[in-house]
Design a protein. Structure first.
Length: 348
């Protein structure tokens, strides 16, 4: 089974222009900043928004604007799970899961719903009403209700974002298991990099209504192509122009890299842990050394991320002990050093 989509939408000053091809053998996570068009893309695939272009699922044409074809949402066999789960408040958990099956006139709706609840460890909540469920339980029931109808395309819109951190990991594990068993095409919209890495085989980064990068989690994080993706990977991304082993960094500053950066527009990635900070100029002859200013410090677990301004603005990552030893604080003057061998350079 495969999804092929060419979707163009222009309204209210926003334009979405996306081409996707997704096989049923992979889970694709769509990421991007707020306003990138992630939810709009899902709603278009579900048939809730008119589009220009074409959507084909398993050989069936669901949309073709050139031929005035538009298959209504209820006939697409598409399952859409929202972050706020939207269970029917007056129905029991069992009846919620069985709802779609009964709409399909399945004679075994109740039995099938009970089996799915039991398999997910929720059989003991079958008679409960949605208001009696925890957030994690409600989200799992919403997913089961959608999966019960055996959709060909499963669309998940921020499915874990409304959950408390304490239950998110548990629900993520259950979701991972359900996605692995699902036979159709799977698309997940999320803003959480951990969620994307844990659940997806491929990442699609959407910015300003267009795909700016696509690949496996390892490929995308190793060679980010935008500030959003670099932040996702937790690395410094610099844009500049290569001249042999010399890179002119926008809007000013320069770096020496090894091996040669080549000639032309390039992107340079530096991991924050590769950025060394000193109170005095380091001895020896490191190739990239300059003065900077520690603008702010952010404690993250056992590491501290320090945003440093200067000719080449970077984020450094150091230990709390290093913060004490260097007397680092907002506004402190520091020396910055980066080894040329720690800079990854590739074509822009």
């Amino acid at each position: 089974m495969k999804l092929e989509a060419e979707i163009r939408i222009a309204r209210d000053g926003f334009a979405l222009d996306v081409e996707l091809e997704i096989a049923s053998t992979e889970t694709v996570a769509v990421l991007g900043p707020n306003g990138a068009g992630k939810t709009t893309l899902l709603r278009a695939l579900a048939g809730l928004i008119p589009i220009e272009g074409r959507v084909v699922l398993d050989g069936d044409v669901l949309d073709d604007s050139a031929k005035a074809i538009h298959v209504p949402t209820e006939r697409r066999r598409v399952g859409l799970v929202f972050q706020d789960h939207v269970l029917f408040p007056h129905m029991s958990v069992l009846d919620n899961v069985a709802f779609g099956l009964r709409a399909q006139r399945r004679g075994d709706a109740t039995r099938r719903a009970a089996q799915m609840l039991h398999g997910a460890g929720l059989g003991y909540r079958a008679s409960a009403l949605p208001r009696e469920l925890s957030g994690g339980q409600a989200q799992r029931v919403a997913l089961l209700r959608t999966l019960a109808t055996e959709p060909r395309l499963l669309l998940l819109d921020e499915p874990l974002s409304a959950l408390d951190v304490s239950v998110r990991a548990e629900v993520r594990r259950e979701l991972s298991r359900q996605l692995a068993d699902f036979k159709g095409v799977r698309i997940l919209v999320t803003h959480d990099p951990l969620e994307a890495m844990a659940l997806a085989d491929r990442l699609v980064v959407l910015e300003g209504g267009r795909i700016v990068q696509s690949g496996t989690p390892a490929e995308v994080t190793a060679r980010p192509r935008s500030r959003f993706t670099a932040d996702l990977a937790g690395v410094n991304l610099l844009r500049g122009r290569g001249h042999g082993d010399h890179i002119e960094i926008e809007p000013g500053g320069a770096l020496l890299a090894a091996p040669d950066a080549g000639d032309g527009d390039v992107l340079a990635v530096i991991h924050p842990r590769a950025v060394a900070l000193y109170m005095t100029k380091p001895e020896g002859t490191p190739r990239n050394v300059w003065r900077g200013r520690a603008e702010d410090l952010d404690l993250q677990g056992e590491r501290v991320r320090v945003r440093v301004s200067g000719p080449v603005p970077l984020v450094a990552e150091v230990t709390p002990a290093a913060v004490r030893d260097l007397h680092l604080a907002g506004g402190a003057e520091v020396w910055v050093s980066v080894k040329a061998t720690e800079i990854s350079v590739y074509r822009a």
